[in-house]
Ligand binder design. Structure first.
Ligand code: SME
Length: 165
């Protein structure tokens, strides 16, 4: 079941605050991804699968994730919601995955999905954060906003003591 939008926004707020503190001393992107996924997956009761896919060369391969085994370590190029997020360069909310042409079902229980692209410091798309739920319409615009904020934190350049002098 998805929480009310106010509760959900507050929950994202708390997660973002906690991640900001954890990331202060941690510039490593893989470690940040793993930490963000762990926190999101355990705090968001409506998340069934939570993880990153990273663009490596021209392949989209699974990164840190929590939930059932990702059936596709490497997603077939140009197909599915994750690749759509990469090629469109924008977040994609899929209220019912059965209505998204080409959707890749890593687990037959998945019913709704959000994909948020991750960018490097030059603005190039380098991967996606992908969240699945087992209920149709369980993920909504609050999740898109909240997850975009989390992705921005994961990819944000840490402040070095020399900066701003
Ligand atoms: N559904 C995704 C594949 C990844 S799984 O959901 C973990 C897609 O269509 O790209």
């Amino acid at each position: 079941m998805n929480p009310s939008s106010t509760r959900l926004s507050r929950r994202y707020e708390r997660i973002a605050t906690q991640l900001s503190e954890l990331f202060e001393e941690n510039p490593d992107s893989q470690s940040r991804m793993a930490t963000a996924v762990a926190l999101l997956h355990h705090k968001m009761s409506h998340f069934f699968w939570t993880g990153f896919y990273r663009l490596v060369g021209e392949d989209l391969i699974v990164g840190p994730y929590q939930g059932p085994l990702a059936c596709s370590i490497l997603l077939p190029r140009g197909v599915g919601v994750c690749w759509a997020g990469i090629t469109r360069g924008e977040s994609i909310l899929v209220p019912d995955v059965r209505l998204f042409e080409g959707h890749i079902a890593c687990d037959s229980r998945s019913r709704s999905e959000v994909v948020v692209p991750c960018r490097d410091r030059s603005g190039n798309v380098v991967g996606v954060l992908d969240v699945d739920s087992v209920t149709v319409n369980a993920l909504g615009s609050e999740d898109v906003v909240g997850l975009e904020r989390i992705v921005a934190l994961v990819t944000e350049i840490p402040h070095s003591p020399a900066q701003g002098r």
